[in-house]
Design a protein around this ligand. Structure first.
Ligand code: DOR
Ligand code: ZN
Length: 346
C-alpha cells in the first residue's frame, strides 16, 4: 500500500529570495510547493519604504513561473530612520505583512539595522497600535558574547525588555535555535510566535565543525549543541500553535560560501518538504506536519489557511539536484545527510 500524506498547502514564514538573476532562479523553487512566504527585506540596499516593498513584490511576481499562484508577503527593514506613518500606510494598504528587526551587524546585509533600540520605540508603538507583527532576528552582536550564547542573551537583554515596554506588540522570534528560545516562546502567550527552520531540525554544531569545516551548514543563528536541536524537534512536532515553519532558505552562490570569510545561509527551498516529512516521521508526528507547515503560521498572522492541498507520497529515496544553476553561479542545495522518502506530488 502506498503511504500518502495530504496537508493544506504550506507557507514559508521566513524566506530570502534576493533579487535579479538569483531571484529568478530561486523563486520557482519555493513557488512549486508553497502558497505564501514572508519575504526578507535584506537586499542591498534594504527594502525600507512601502514604495520599495511594492516594487520588490512586483519583481518577485515577474520572476514566478507562468500560472503560479504563489503570494509573496512583503516586509520592511526596520532602521533607526523608519517613519511610523509610512509604515502604517504600507500596512494599511496591504503592501506589507510585517516588519523585520535586524540588530545592526548581526548577519548578512544587516548594516542598516538597529543599534539603539530606544530610537525605534515610536515605530514599535505604532506597530502595536495597528497590529503589525515584528519579525526579530534574535541575536546580540556584542563581540564579548560567545556566538553560541547570542540568542539566549538577546532574549534576556533585548527581546524581553522590548516586549514589556510595548504591550500589544506582536512578535515573531525568527529561526530559534536554542532551548531558551523554545522556552521563552512557549510561555509568551498569543502575541508571541516563533519560526523554526528545516535545517536547524537536522544539524547541530558538530555537523559544521567536526571532521572538517562544512561551509554549507554555516548559517545564522549558527546551529547549537545537540540538546538544542532536540528541543527544536520537540517544539516543531508538538502541535503547539506558537511554533511554525520559517525555512530561512538563504541562497548564496558557492563562490560566496566557499571563501575565507564565507556567507551565512542554507538553501533548503528545493527539498524542505521532503526533509520535514522525514523528520516528522522520525518523531512519530506526521499527523502534526500540517499544523507546523500549514496552519499555525496563518493563525498567528491572522490569515486564512491556504485553500489548496499538497500531497506527499512515501517510496524510494527522492532524487533532487545537489545544486541549482543561477545567473550568478551555482547554489548548493542543503544536504540533510539522510535519504528522503517523501516525494511531493506535483
Ligand atoms: O544564515 C543566514 N542567512 N541568516 C540570516 O539571518 C541571513 C541570511 C541571509 O540573508 O543570507
Ligand atoms: Zn533569514
Amino acid at each position: 500500500m502506498t503511504e500518502t500524506l495530504t496537508i493544506k498547502t504550506p507557507d514559508d514564514w521566513h524566506l530570502h529570495l534576493r533579487d535579479g538573476a538569483m531571484l529568478r532562479a530561486v523563486a520557482p523553487e519555493t513557488a512549486r510547493h508553497f502558497g505564501r512566504a514572508i519575504i526578507m527585506p535584506n537586499l542591498v540596499p534594504p527594502v525600507v519604504t512601502g514604495q520599495e516593498a511594492a516594487a520588490y513584490r512586483d519583481r518577485i511576481l515577474a520572476a514566478l513561473p507562468e500560472g503560479s499562484r504563489f503570494t509573496p508577503l512583503m516586509t520592511l527593514y526596520l532602521t533607526e530612520d523608519t517613519d511610523p506613518e509610512d509604515l502604517a500606510q504600507a500596512h494599511d494598504e496591504g503592501l506589507i505583512t510585517a516588519v523585520k528587526l535586524y540588530p545592526a551587524g548581526a548577519t548578512t546585509n544587516s548594516a542598516s539595522g538597529v543599534t539603539n533600540f530606544d530610537k525605534v520605540r515610536p515605530v514599535l508603538e505604532k506597530m502595536a497600535e495597528i497590529g503589525c507583527p515584528l519579525c526579530v532576528h534574535g541575536e546580540v552582536v556584542d563581540s564579548d558574547i560567545d556566538i553560541f550564547d547570542r540568542e539566549a542573551v538577546f532574549i534576556e537583554r533585548v527581546l524581553d525588555p522590548i516586549r514589556r515596554a510595548t504591550p500589544g506588540l506582536r512578535v515573531v522570534m525568527e529561526h530559534i535555535t536554542t532551548m531558551q528560545g523554545v522556552e521563552y516562546a512557549s510561555e509568551g502567550g498569543p502575541e508571541l510566535g516563533a519560526t523554526i527552520t528545516t535545517h536547524h531540525l537536522v544539524i547541530n554544531r558538530n555537523h559544521i565543525l567536526a571532521g572538517g569545516i562544512k561551509p554549507h551548514y554555516y548559517c545564522l543563528p549558527v546551529a547549537k549543541r545537540e540538546e538544542h536541536r532536540l528541543a527544536l524537534r520537540r517544539a516543531a512536532t508538538s502541535g503547539d500553535p506558537t511554533f511554525f515553519l520559517g525555512t530561512d532558505s538563504a541562497p548564496h552562490t558557492d563562490a560566496n560560501k566557499l571563501l575565507p570569510c564565507g556567507c551565512a545561509g542554507c538553501f533548503t527551498a528545493t527539498n524542505t518538504l521532503s526533509i520535514l516529512a522525514e523528520v516528522f516521521e522520525q518523531e512519530d508526528a506526521l499527523d502534526r506536519l500540517e499544523s507546523f507547515a500549514s496552519l499555525n503560521g496563518p493563525k498567528f498572522y491572522r490569515l486564512p489557511a491556504n485553500e489548496g492541498t499538497l500531497t506527499l507520497t512515501k517510496g524510494a529515496p527522492v532524487e533532487y539536484p545537489t545544486q541549482i544553476e543561477t545567473g550568478d553561479g551555482p547554489v548548493t542545495v542543503f544536504d540533510p545527510m539522510m535519504p528522503l522518502h517523501w516525494r511531493v506530488e506535483s
